[in-house]
Design a binder for this molecule. Structure first.
Ligand code: AMP
Ligand code: ZN
Ligand code: ZN
Length: 310
């Protein structure tokens, strides 16, 4: 196999693009794909200040690296959820990367603020672990973006993640979620804009990017996500992609092109008002973060105070 660009020995084939690349041109190709997604979905302008949510995994570190290489002003946010050794090591990978690129990384630690990790919160509220964790992450990301004056929160969701979410939303006909499943969620009522520049890349590609660029990332998935239904959806999509390269692209990018607007038209824009407890945007009287923390016996406002002392 030869590189499509220079004819030298290729290190990776990308079957859905009917192309193979040498390491140098693979990096160029992947960065081009990201630049293309940023432009196509009008994610952000060159002068906007970005907050990259970094987990220490391949996707978010590759993304941060690409944004810096592309010349964006991109700071990082790592949320330490207190998931034992997994959090210790993923935080280390994130800070090592930040140091290597001389980039700013904010670290918000649940254990430091509350003395407990997210597992405690899930148990106390009898919620599924990933949903309790997702809520905490979204809330903290939003708070950090508004406190720091960032134009957008940038996450490392890739094509596999987005196609998997889409499959789940279709299988359960989550019409509201389908209307809102966009790689560029505009800011609304005090909620920051949320963008996903890796939506055209698979996780195999972000892993290759990190290996070639020498970015050290945490390889294992979060131990609490083992057995999640979404992992089975991912397997199904990989099976289909293997038989017909391009299936994921057609499914997800085709949905954005052809289908999403139908759902969007039928989705009522939720009316946001300030949470009576914390002041953050919500559709209810008290936001779901405040309710979750109160049910877990924790003070929702403690995280606000932690931001104030930074
Ligand atoms: P996940 O929900 O674990 O699939 O992660 C999706 C994206 O959320 C990642 O690519 C990151 O951008 C972000 N993210 C996940 N975990 C964290 C974390 N602990 N701190 C900050 N951002 C995170
Ligand atoms: Zn080449
Ligand atoms: Zn609240």
């Amino acid at each position: 196999m030869r590189c499509k660009k220079c004819g030298q020995k290729a290190c990776m084939e990308i079957r859905r693009h009917r192309a193979a690349f040498c390491p140098e041109h693979l990096i160029e190709h992947l960065q081009n794909q990201v630049a293309r997604a940023i432009k196509k979905f009008k994610m952000f302008a060159p002068n906007e200040k970005l907050l990259v949510a970094v987990s220490g995994g391949k996707d978010s570190l590759a993304l941060w690296d690409m944004l810096l290489d592309l010349g964006y002003q991109a700071d990082g946010l790592y949320i330490n959820l207190g998931i034992g050794d997994y959090s210790v090591r993923s935080k280390e990978k994130s800070s090592n990367f930040a140091a290597s690129r001389n980039a700013v990384l904010y670290i918000v630690s649940l254990k430091e603020i509350y003395g407990v990790g997210v597992e405690h919160i899930a148990k106390k509220t009898s919620k599924a672990y990933c949903s309790a964790c997702g809520l905490v992450k979204r809330y903290i990301m939003n708070l950090a973006a508004s406190r720091g004056g960032y134009a957008a929160i940038v996450t490392g969701h890739n094509l596999d993640d987005e196609a998997t979410t889409l499959l789940g939303n279709v299988l359960h006909w989550q019409v509201g979620y389908l209307g809102r499943q966009s790689p560029n969620m505009p800011a609304a009522g005090g909620l920051a804009r949320k963008v996903k520049p890796l939506c055209r890349l698979t996780e195999r590609e972000t892993a290759a990017y990190c290996v070639i660029k020498g970015i050290d990332y945490i390889i294992e998935e979060c131990p609490m996500s083992v057995g999640a239904t979404s992992l089975r959806y991912k397997e199904v999509l990989n099976f289909l992609e293997n038989h017909a390269p391009g299936t994921k692209d057609q499914f997800y990018l085709g949905f954005l092109r052809e289908g999403q607007r139908y759902f969007l038209e039928n989705t009522e824009e939720p009316e946001l008002k300030a949470c009576s407890s914390c002041g953050q945007p919500t559709t209810a009287e008290v936001c779901s973060f405040c309710r979750q923390m109160e049910r877990a016996g924790l003070d929702p406002l403690a995280v606000h105070r932690a931001f104030a002392t930074e």
